[in-house]
Design a protein around this ligand. Structure first.
Ligand SMILES: [Zn+2]
Ligand SMILES: [Zn+2]
Length: 403
């Protein structure tokens, strides 16, 4: 397996090349190729985990161009999104804009499923997701000037026949004989800490809708046209991706977003409120990140917070899983959970930039203690790790690989 952590500043773009144990088979037939000819087939499958950057969508997109120097003929059939934050998927905006350049990409799309969040027996997850998507929609427009409903809208532009796979703890992603095991999020959340923060953010967002009618309009728009909300959350399979009305209403909502942006930018205290709400929404979305491992080769921690980090590491330890070849540190290396000291790895890798530099620098000594090597994209640029498994002999005459 080859893992590339591309330098995108603060964000993540992680192309993976998964090859079968025997890596490479070379074949030649005398009649077809002549005695000097041969063909070479590499039995590898490509995946992409996230593609986004806080430093702009182009930064993530250009990282994809560089991948070809590390993985030959890179065509990711699998796209795995860790969570719905634009610094993890805004590079996809550029991919979607380039149309059919990307044939064969993203047949299978994986992303964190939305857990049922119970508050006294009542499931408040749909309401939360609707507000979270509406707020992210507003923020993407506010920061990048882009109007798109959500991540799935982009994916459909690239491959409208892709298979959608919301993932929960206990699920598996199988790529070329390797199993990626999902460790988080769970299907149901009842923990007080999470439920309380979800309740709080719902309440605050409702107040925002009262103060700014535009937010109410955004919610209605997202409810109607977000594929993620309709297909995945509402399970509305009849949802139509491209109807004329959407185009018309997109124009209207754009006008409203412009007004809202102007009104808010004039008032300093509301800007502050927006930032505050943003932090709250972001915190919860981070907590619902996808976390997975692949044997003892890779442990990917998403953007988790310490509470979830400790829980997951504790569970892994109870199954005696303490060693991992590569650890992708939680939230770009800025977060740490005390339980992490119970694991060991060869490489601990952080994908980061200048943003939050002070935060991850504080954690470097801790990550160094649990790893043989600590690497960050800020220091190293693109990082490529190749994990080679022992080649198996497939030859009946005892002549072994590699050739
Ligand atoms: Zn992040
Ligand atoms: Zn995040």
């Amino acid at each position: 397996m080859k893992i590339c952590v591309m330098d995108v500043g603060h964000g993540l773009c992680m192309p993976i090349c998964v090859s079968a144990d025997f890596k490479k088979i070379e074949v030649f037939t005398e009649k077809r190729w002549g005695i000097f000819g041969k063909i070479s087939i590499e039995y590898a499958e490509h995946a992409l985990v996230d593609c986004g950057s806080y430093n702009g969508k182009e930064k993530a997109f250009y990282a994809l161009h560089r991948v070809s120097s590390y993985i030959s003929r890179y065509t990711p059939k699998y796209f795995i999104l860790s969570h719905f934050h634009s610094d993890h998927y805004n590079g996809i905006f550029c991919v979607a804009d380039k149309g059919n350049h990307w044939k064969g990409w993203f047949d299978e799309v994986y992303f964190p499923g939305i857990p049922k969040i119970y508050d006294n027996g009542k499931d408040i997850s749909n309401e939360f997701i609707l507000y979270m998507l509406s707020f992210e929609f507003f923020q993407i427009y506010n920061n990048y000037g882009i109007v798109n409903i959500d991540f799935l809208d982009l994916i459909f532009k690239i491959n409208d026949k892709c298979k959608l796979n919301p993932c929960f703890k206990g699920d598996f992603i199988k790529i070329r004989g390797k199993t990626f095991e999902i460790l988080h999020p769970p299907r149901i959340i009842k923990d007080d800490e999470v439920v309380e923060s979800v309740k709080k953010v719902i309440k605050e967002f409702k107040q925002f809708m009262k103060d700014y009618r535009e937010f109410e309009e955004i919610v209605k728009f997202v409810e109607r046209y977000s594929p993620l909300y309709n297909i995945v959350v509402q399970k509305n399979m009849k949802y139509e991706k491209f109807n004329g009305k959407k185009h018309e209403e997109t124009y209207e909502i754009l006008e409203k977003l412009k007004n809202l942006k102007d009104r808010i930018s004039e008032k300093e205290n509301f800007k502050k409120k927006i930032e505050d709400l943003d932090e709250k929404f972001r915190g919860i979305t981070d907590r619902l990140s996808l976390v997975f491992c692949c044997d003892n080769e890779l442990l990917f921690m998403g953007d988790l917070k310490p509470y979830e980090i400790n829980k997951i590491i504790k569970e892994l330890n109870s199954k005696n899983r303490k060693f991992f070849y590569v650890l992708i540190t939680p939230h770009h290396g800025t977060r740490w959970g005390y339980k992490l000291k119970d694991i060991e790895c060869i490489y601990a890798i952080s994908s980061n930039g200048e943003k939050y530099k002070d935060k991850f620098e504080k954690n470097i000594p801790k990550f160094k203690k649990i790893s043989e090597n600590y690497l960050s994209t800020l220091e190293e640029g693109d990082i490529i790790i190749s994990i080679k498994s022992t080649p198996k002999c497939l030859c009946p005459w005892g002549r072994c690989f590699p050739f």
